[in-house]
Design a binder for this molecule. Structure first.
Ligand code: NAD
Length: 371
């Protein structure tokens, strides 16, 4: 694994746990973690459960005991590390957004497609797909339970940038993060919308804003924010269904608020990450006198991922999405099946993000998303 902070800790939790909950065909071994600071990476290795520490990702990739490289660094290093790892014969898991630009993501897809012919798997870390309630939602959409799709409505809101004195960091610099709330949070809801709908967005119309233009640096100076604080956009799916998206890191009181609703001709589905064990379903075909949204408690053994966990009603949390991600990746490696979400799925999300930025720069003009 490269990087050992927020996502590094979450992925470590996934790698430690997956083989103890699920019967996996292969055993994940946490052989080495990489960071740039020798003392800090050794401490992280001890805390998170990695056997060895490296200070250069190239050394990590060169190790014979490393067969899978898990990339948990900011977006500016995803493409270089992923392409090098794939060319060195390793499987790759890469955090989202896949890259900082469409061109980088295209290079990653080329490397992943060549690697797949050699039996190597490359997956992008859209972990929310692995929330059981959202996996169930996908299953219900695919089974026709909401019929022809008309609307997807998605919001992903946080509030850690409401405070104008919140410090500068890599997430606020375009050269490190690619974009702001758009790539950080918007990437998740774009992926979820396309995944749940089972089709892609063909065009978008957007507005973006940076509310606080400069922020304090650790040396006492001030640095310019070069990414968006918020992005709002509408979109059209290939089928003609409509979508709306809102993402912000300046939405006071919203900590990690991801909500998504789908409306179809036969019914609707709604999900709220703050109640992640639940899925709301309205069946439009039921008699009107007793119809309405019902709360499905997604903790039954027949629900996705749940057979391996606790008895009904006992509930899972955020971290379990990373356990499921590790489980699905190990199974893809064992069977050689093309993984989901693939690097190609990550590229498609990247194309939507680029179209959003282009539309916002052109006064919200409707901008096509190339296939
Ligand atoms: N799936 C999710 O829900 C989710 C949530 C948060 C972040 N992310 C993504 O995960 C990635 C990392 O974000 P984070 O929140 O963990 O960031 P972070 O700042 O908490 O951690 C980044 C880590 O990368 C290390 N790093 C940076 N450059 C490196 C290099 N060249 N070599 C080795 N290590 C390097 C840093 O030292 C640090 O350990 C980003 O792509 C981000 O968008 C995904």
């Amino acid at each position: 694994m490269v990087g050992y902070a927020f996502m590094g800790a979450a992925h470590s939790q996934g790698w430690r746990t997956a083989g103890r909950v699920f019967d996996l065909p292969l055993r994940p071994a946490m052989n080495a973690v990489c960071g740039r600071d020798a003392t800090a990476v050794r401490a992280a290795a001890r805390k998170l459960g990695w056997a060895a520490a490296e200070t250069d990702w190239r050394q990590l990739i060169a190790r014979d005991d490393v067969q899978l490289v898990d990339i948990c660094t900011p977006g500016d290093s995803h493409a270089e590390i992923a392409v090098a790892a794939l060319e060195a014969g390793k499987h790759v898991l890469c955090e989202k957004p896949l890259a900082n630009s469409v061109a980088e993501a295209q290079a990653m897809v080329r490397a992943a497609e060549a690697a797949l012919t050699r039996g190597q798997i490359a997956m992008v870390g859209f972990n929310y797909r692995r929330t059981p309630a959202l996996a169930l939602a996908r299953r219900m959409v695919a089974a026709g339970r909401i019929g022809t799709l008309r609307h997807v409505r998605a919001t992903y809101l946080q509030d850690w940038l409401v405070d104008p004195t919140a410090p500068m960091g890599w997430r606020l610099r375009r050269e490190h993060a690619g974009s702001g709330a758009l790539g950080d949070l918007g990437a998740h809801i774009v992926d979820l919308a396309q995944h749940l709908a089972g089709e892609r967005l063909t065009g978008v119309s957007a507005v973006t804003a940076t509310f606080v233009a400069e922020r304090p640096l650790s040396d006492g100076g001030r640095g310019r924010v070069t990414v968006d604080d918020a992005a709002l956009f509408t979109g059209r799916f290939a089928s003609g269904a409509l979508a709306s998206f809102e993402t912000s890191r300046a939405a006071a009181g919203r900590k990690n608020s991801l909500r998504i609703e789908l409306n179809g001709e036969r019914g609707s589905l709604a999900f709220d990450l703050e109640r992640l064990n639940e899925l709301s379903f309205h069946d439009q075909t039921e008699p009107a006198d007793a119809a309405g949204f019902r709360r499905i408690l997604v903790t039954e053994p027949d629900h996705p991922y749940l057979k391996a966990w606790w008895p009904p009603g006992h509930g899972l949390g955020y971290e379990h999405t990373f356990v499921h991600q590790a489980r699905d990746l190990v199974q893809a490696i064992a069977t050689g099946a093309p993984p989901e979400p693939s690097f190609a799925d990550g590229l498609q999300v990247q194309r939507v993000l680029a179209a959003v930025e282009e539309s916002a720069a052109k006064n919200s003009v409707h901008t096509p998303v190339p296939a």
